[in-house]
Each structure stands twice: as structure tokens, then as C-alpha cells.
Design a protein around this ligand. Structure first.
Ligand code: PMP
Length: 398
């Protein structure tokens, strides 16, 4: 027997598998709506002007590349906190938020998960049905049983909110509840402020541990607006977790820039929590990389670059909304039915309502790639491919 003789081939990641099939497709008219990436109207991943300027400044400074502190760049961590909780947050003034730079939103979730495993080893983790496909795998690999709470209602293309509340209320105390802070992936369907208030109330009443995943701040209504759910939790007095990511909002996917923030009850708790989070980081990868964190901190802390970034983020947000409106209008004009719900969805994704069989036909006959759940990336639509996509969807539905 060789050492690896018994190693089984792991199943392919469904979305990366889709990308491979897309790349192998030789049709010139192919369109990839499977990915979770924002593209410009020219079909390119943007390099934001604010990022470019910060990178240039960094190159010119020719700074040495020493190790960062375990929790990352202090100016970065502070900027993350202000984005999430607001500059004037009482929590920040009271030293109740611990933040550590992390390797993207994924890295932040994993650090949070590993820390919780030490704190509440027998916890159950609840994720939305459906959720970002990595949530389950990530928390399972951190050693937790993962269950679903009800979320999406295919009939109404909305949230089964009564079902969601009932699921949450039935969880054992000290369960971890993973919540999409805005721009729910994969459905695009978010809670209203009133619904968030009720979720906060049930977390409080049932002694649950909220873990907010903020991967798309600024993609729904704006930076401040999209922080509303985090702010509600901040006002609740609960202790909770927030993972955040700049992959999308800074178009820095490959630089792995994210953060884990933990809200505690007081400064003393914060110091002890930070010391444990640092231990988790130290035993995983020691300390974070310099480039992405430096760039984001430079942009967020320079009034000029920050204004530039906000403008660019606004352009991305507006373009996605334009694509939603145009897709809905074109489908209606083609007699494909009322897709008005797509306009109400937020963020990069849309649960289109297409079945797995329809998604297969879309791919095989029209070269349009979507996830088998019917999830499409609206941010991959553009003025050149949207007519073809609308016609193909209309044809599939006939
Ligand atoms: N959470 C959600 C809901 C996401 O959609 C994503 C990215 N697709 C992540 C976390 C991970 O973000 P990152 O790429 O920064 O690791």
C-alpha cells in the first residue's frame, strides 16, 4: 500500500467546476453568469482607481516588508470597525470591539469558527437555507454540526420569515446563527429592518450567538445603509461576531482582504478575546499579508481616495441595478413573464427561479452558464450580453 493509495478524489467545487466547463466551451457567444465576481460593462474585473493610486503610493514609498502584528495593520482594523459600526459608535468608544485582519471573508469566518470552537465546543451552527455554499463546509471543518434555518420561499421569491423565526427559536441556547448582513448570497433576498429587529430579539431571547457575514457592504444601498443590520445588533447589547470582506467592494479578490470583528461586553473582555483570537491566527498562518490591508487602509484613511472609492463603489452598485431593471424589462417584452422580483433583490446575485433542468438547457443550447440552483450573477451581465441572455431565458421558458 502506498501512502496515498486510500485517498479518495474529493468532489469538485460546483462553481469552480462550472468555470472549467465555461473555459472549455468554444462558442464565441458564451456567457458566464455562474461566478461571484463583479465585471465592468466591458466584461472585465475592474482595478479601482482608488486602489491603483494607493498601490502607486505604496510602490513609491518602497516600504520594507516586515511581519505585521498578528492582528494586522492597526489603521486597517480601525477603518474596518468604522465601516461596520459607524465612526461615532459607542461600542468603539467603549473598547467593545476586537478586530483582526483576516484572509478575506473566508479567512475571517474560519478564525471566528475556530475561536468559537474553543469557547463553546458543543455548539450547533445554523446557516440559512440556502446559503453561500462554503458556510456549511467551513463550519463543519471547524468541527461543528451545521443545520439550516428556513429562509428562502420559492413561491413568493421572498423570505419565509415566519419559518425563519420558528427555526431560530427552536435552536438550542448558544447556537451560532450565521446571518447575511446584506446582499444575501445566493438568493439576493434580504430582510427588512423590522424583520432584523425581530431576529435580534429572538437571538437575545434564545441566547443565540449571532455571526454576521458582511461580504458585500456597499452593494445594496450604500456603505452606511448596508451596515444597518450590524448596527441593530450593536445596539442590542448582545455579544456577536462579524466577518467582513473587501474582495467585492474593493475588487481585490486575489489579495485576500477581510477582517473578523467581535463585539464583547467591555474592554476587559476585549483584551482577553483578542489574546485568544491572536492565538488562533498564530497557529494558522502567524500573521496576515501586507499588500491588500495597506491598500485598503490607505484608501479608507485618505479623504480624497475614500471619496474616489465611494464613487467607484456607487458606480458598481448602480450598474448592477441597471442590469436588473434591463433584464426584467427585456424578459417582459419577450413575453417571458413577470420577473419583477429580480429588481427587488440586492447585491450581485439573483435567484432567477429557473430550475436545474432549465439551467442545463441554457448552458447546452445557448452557452449561458448559471448555477444549477438558478442563481445568476447579475454583475456579470453587460450591455453586450444582456439581449442574448434575455432571449435565451425566454426561449428556455417557452
Ligand atoms: N461570505 C459570503 C456570503 C460570500 O458570498 C463570500 C464570497 N463569495 C465570502 C463570504 C468570502 O469572501 P472572500 O472572497 O473575501 O473570502
Amino acid at each position: 500500500m502506498t501512502l496515498f493509495a486510500s485517498v479518495e478524489l474529493a468532489p469538485r467545487d460546483p462553481i469552480l467546476g462550472l468555470n472549467e466547463a465555461f473555459n472549455a466551451d468554444t462558442r464565441a457567444t458564451k456567457v458566464n453568469l455562474g461566478v461571484g465576481v463583479y465585471f465592468t460593462d466591458e466584461g472585465k474585473i475592474p482595478l479601482l482607481r482608488a486602489v491603483k493610486a494607493a498601490e502607486q503610493a505604496r510602490l513609491e514609498a518602497a516600504a520594507p516588508r516586515g511581519y505585521l502584528p498578528i492582528e494586522g495593520i492597526a489603521a486597517y482594523d480601525k477603518a474596518v470597525q468604522e465601516l461596520l459600526f459607524g465612526k461615532d459608535s459607542a461600542l468603539l468608544a467603549d473598547g467593545r470591539v476586537v478586530t483582526a485582519q483576516a484572509l478575506g471573508g473566508t479567512g475571517a469566518l474560519k478564525i471566528g469558527a475556530d475561536f468559537i470552537k474553543r469557547l463553546v465546543p458543543d455548539a450547533t451552527v445554523a446557516i440559512s437555507d440556502p446559503s453561500w455554499e462554503n458556510h456549511r463546509a467551513l463550519f463543519e471543518s471547524a468541527g461543528f454540526p451545521v443545520v439550516n434555518y428556513r429562509y428562502y420561499d420559492a413561491e413568493t421569491h421572498g423570505v419565509n420569515f415566519a419559518g425563519m423565526l420558528a427555526s431560530l427559536a427552536a435552536l438550542p441556547a448558544k447556537s451560532v446563527v450565521v446571518l447575511h448582513a446584506c446582499c444575501h448570497n445566493p438568493t439576493g433576498v434580504d430582510l427588512t429592518t423590522e424583520q432584523w429587529q425581530q431576529v435580534v430579539a429572538v437571538c437575545k431571547e434564545k441566547d443565540l450567538i449571532p455571526f454576521l457575514d458582511m461580504a458585500y457592504q456597499g452593494f445594496a444601498d450604500g456603505i452606511e445603509e448596508d451596515g444597518a443590520a450590524v448596527r441593530l445588533f450593536a445596539d442590542s447589547g448582545l455579544s456577536f461576531f462579524v466577518s467582513s470582506s473587501f474582495s467585492k467592494s474593493f475588487s481585490l479578490y486575489g489579495e485576500r482582504v477581510g477582517a473578523i470583528s467581535i463585539v464583547t461586553q467591555n474592554k476587559d473582555e476585549s483584551a482577553r478575546v483578542l489574546s485568544q483570537v491572536k492565538r488562533v491566527i498564530r497557529t494558522n498562518y502567524s500573521n496576515p499579508p501586507t499588500h491588500g490591508g495597506t491598500v485598503v487602509a490607505t484608501v479608507l484613511n485618505s479623504p480624497e481616495l475614500r471619496a474616489m472609492w465611494e464613487e467607484e463603489l456607487g458606480e458598481m452598485r448602480d450598474r448592477i441595478k441597471l442590469m436588473r431593471t434591463q433584464l426584467v424589462d427585456k424578459l417582459a417584452a419577450l413575453g417571458a413573464g413577470d420577473f419583477g422580483f429580480v429588481k427587488a433583490q440586492r447585491g450581485m446575485f439573483s435567484y432567477s427561479g429557473l430550475s436545474a433542468a432549465q439551467v442545463d438547457v441554457l448552458r447546452e443550447q445557448h452557452g449561458i452558464y448559471a448555477v444549477s440552483t438558478g442563481r445568476i450573477c447579475v454583475a456579470a451581465l453587460n450591455s453586450r450580453n444582456i439581449d442574448a441572455v434575455a432571449s435565451a431565458v425566454a426561449a428556455v421558458l417557452k
